[in-house]
Design a protein around this ligand. Structure first.
Ligand SMILES: Nc1ncnc2c1ncn2[C@@H]1O[C@H](COP(=O)(O)OP(=O)(O)O)[C@@H](O)[C@H]1O
Ligand SMILES: [Mg+2]
Length: 390
């Protein structure tokens, strides 16, 4: 008997539907359940051939548990080692390498110095040439954390004054300064198992619950071409990054899809936000992928997926192993999905209290020009509330 487990947080619809779907269609020697964790000991294998991780970005204890599980042979989805290293700036650089268009992007040193560093920690850092940065990226522009999600600390900026007001608020966060894409169409695309792709029209300017309630604007031959190009880019990015379960966002300008946010390894899969049809697709695709991975899983070995850049040798092995497998084709069922039960909150120990970090001084390199313009109040940039996993 091989077990597939799902590890999750506050979401209530996807985990139960996933477990029910696997159990409805897997061979008799494969079962799915909610992961149950008790004592966690080094080099002791958990009882799971596959774990779908939907929450370790918020729970470091789970991330450590999953790395040990991976060492012991569990196929952890997504790869916890890569997820720990992954961030938006590298992802963008890799996209350029892979030939996938992305907005022009610069990496900014944090406004404040990291805790326990001093001026001397920054002797390698030259003064930022803000004028050159503004001229290169232009306005409007976006500033957002290089490692983040859920639309937190995402600013749309219209001028250098906006820029410095926002930058002053960012504390120790390392930010991206990015060209704003004035788009005609916007999409979020699920990519499952590095091969199944669902392209969903998405309107980020709508209220969160209405973002998927939109239509693609590009029509006819141009629309067909756009869909084919996005599918190709989604597959390229996910092969490069080595994600099994991810979403890629595109903003389309002049017919060209630019990848905006493509490291979402616990993407929103709630029926109440993605809608019934997309939910059905993702439950089916995730169940098929998990079953396939459980069948292929070899106890005690590395059963993770690796990106082509990070681990070309392993990535190649997995491409051969997984893309040729006979997976049932993912189809959107006409039947309503089984009613999803509210998932019970898993038992968890109370999180230990963390002592407050000492206040850091300002970063010397960044401080001067920022201080010059830092007289006005908080930025006007709106921070829409959304799920962290988006
Ligand atoms: N360069 C950009 N051009 C246009 N819109 C952007 C750009 N960057 C971010 N956005 C908008 O801001 C939203 C949040 O940014 P995103 O990069 O997806 O961060 P997060 O990981 O927090 O979701 C996107 O869904 C998009 O609507
Ligand atoms: Mg996003």
């Amino acid at each position: 008997m091989k077990k597939i487990g799902i590890l999750f947080g506050q979401e209530n619809t996807f985990p139960q539907a996933f477990v029910d779907r696997v159990n409805a269609k897997a061979p008799a020697d494969i079962r799915a359940e909610f992961v149950s964790i008790e004592q966690v000991e080094q080099h002791v294998a958990p009882d799971y051939a596959v774990i779908i991780d939907r929450i370790s970005q918020d729970v470091p204890f789970y991330r450590a548990y999953l790395k040990n599980a991976a060492l012991m042979g569990t196929a952890v989805i997504n790869n916890p080692f890569w997820w720990s290293a992954d961030e938006k700036f590298f992802n963008n650089a890799l996209a350029v390498r892979l030939g996938v268009p992305v907005p022009k992007t610069l990496l900014l040193p944090s406004k404040e110095r990291p805790t326990d560093t001093s001026e001397n920690s920054f002797r390698n850092l030259a003064m930022m040439d803000w004028e050159a940065a503004f001229a290169h990226i232009g306005f409007p522009a976006y500033m957002k954390p290089h490692s983040g999600g859920g639309w937190k600390s995402v600013y749309k900026l219209h001028s250098p004054e906006d820029f410095f007001r926002a930058y002053d608020e960012t504390g120790q966060l390392v930010m991206l300064f990015q060209e704003s894409v004035d788009f005609t169409d916007y999409f979020r695309c699920y990519c499952i198992g590095g091969k199944e792709v669902l392209i969903m029209p998405y309107e980020p300017r709508n209220e969160p619950h209405l973002r998927y309630a939109t239509e693609m604007k590009t029509t006819g031959e141009a629309g067909e071409k756009l869909l084919a190009t996005m599918k190709e880019y989604v597959l390229k990015l996910n092969e490069g990054l080595g994600y099994d379960f991810n979403t890629v966002e595109f903003a389309v300008r002049d017919g060209i899809p630019l990848a905006i946010d493509f490291g979402n390894p616990a993407p929103d899969a709630d029926i109440n936000s993605v809608g019934e049809k997309n939910f059905e697709w993702v439950v089916e695709a995730a169940a098929n992928m998990a079953i396939e991975r459980a069948i292929a899983q070899k106890p005690g070995q590395d059963n993770l997926t690796w990106g082509t850049f990070v681990h070309p040798h392993r990535a190649k092995a997995h491409t051969t192993e997984f893309t040729v497998a006979e997976l049932p084709e993912v189809k959107v069922a006409t039947k309503k999905p089984a009613a999803a039960k509210a998932a019970p909150a898993p038992k968890a120990a109370a999180a230990p209290k963390v002592p407050a970090a000492p206040k850091a001084a300002k970063a010397p390199a960044a401080e001067k020009p920022a201080a010059k313009a830092a007289t006005a109040k908080a930025p006007a940039a709106k921070k829409p509330a959304a799920k962290k996993s988006e």
